[in-house]
Design a protein around this ligand. Structure first.
Ligand code: NI
Length: 218
């Protein structure tokens, strides 16, 4: 995992996982230039590089209360949110939304409940689902947030929804452009990417699968 989104000039880093990643890609943690780090839940493959990157870049994190507290003890400041809550930051609004998953932190600490983020300003809006099952709660997003330009959804199955369920999620959130996440990193979640693209195309949706280290414009 790990996505860096240049959101109208503010660089938002989501769930950085480079150290210990079986497929780390070409980008090194020390080369990442970010303004904020958003952490969806406490699992090691989402928090691995949060502390060093936050310290090198002087970033604060945005996450649930328990994860913000945990990083606070390591000297990383943060802004806590809880489910259903939103806050207006200088770059835009962030809402912490429901995810069906677990959230234990690497040292066994309680990581609160997992979530996803909807981020918007007056021009754009996107949804970063984090790790989640398909859930009807996703239908609340188009009811309560601006129209989505794109969404980042897990598609790897086993630990999250697979691509078939993610294609249904794309319908629930009323979003036509989906970036696939949480697949192919390790054995349990290797998928047939052609079949995944077709599952979305069959519903009139576009599934984008950028390569490691690849930058795309949306
Ligand atoms: Ni997870």
């Amino acid at each position: 995992m790990g996505f860096l989104i240049d959101f109208n000039g503010t660089k938002l880093l989501f769930d950085p996982f480079i150290t210990g990643n079986p497929k780390p890609g070409p980008i090194k943690a020390e080369d990442i230039d970010s303004d904020w780090i958003l952490v969806s839940h406490g699992h090691g493959d989402h928090v691995a590089d949060v502390e060093p990157i936050a310290k090198q870049n002087g970033n604060k994190i945005i996450s649930n209360y328990e994860i913000v507290e945990w990083f606070g003890k390591k000297g990383v400041e943060g802004h806590p949110l809880n489910h259903g809550g939103k806050f207006n930051f200088d770059f835009g609004t962030v809402k912490y939304v429901n995810a069906i998953h677990t959230s234990g932190l690497p040292d066994g600490s309680y990581g609160g409940n997992p979530g996803g983020f909807v981020v918007w300003d007056d021009k754009n809006c996107f949804y970063f689902a984090g790790d989640t099952a398909l859930t009807r709660d996703m239908e609340l997003i188009p009811m309560t947030c601006p129209t989505l330009d794109f969404a980042i959804l897990p598609i790897g199955d086993n630990f999250t929804m697979g691509y078939e369920d993610a294609a249904i999620a794309a319908e629930m959130i009323q979003c036509d452009v989906i970036i696939g996440a949480h697949y192919d990193t390790f054995g349990y979640i290797e998928i047939d990417t052609k079949a995944a693209i077709k599952a979305f195309a069959d519903k009139g949706k576009k599934l984008l699968l950028p390569g490691l280290g690849e930058t795309i414009e949306l």
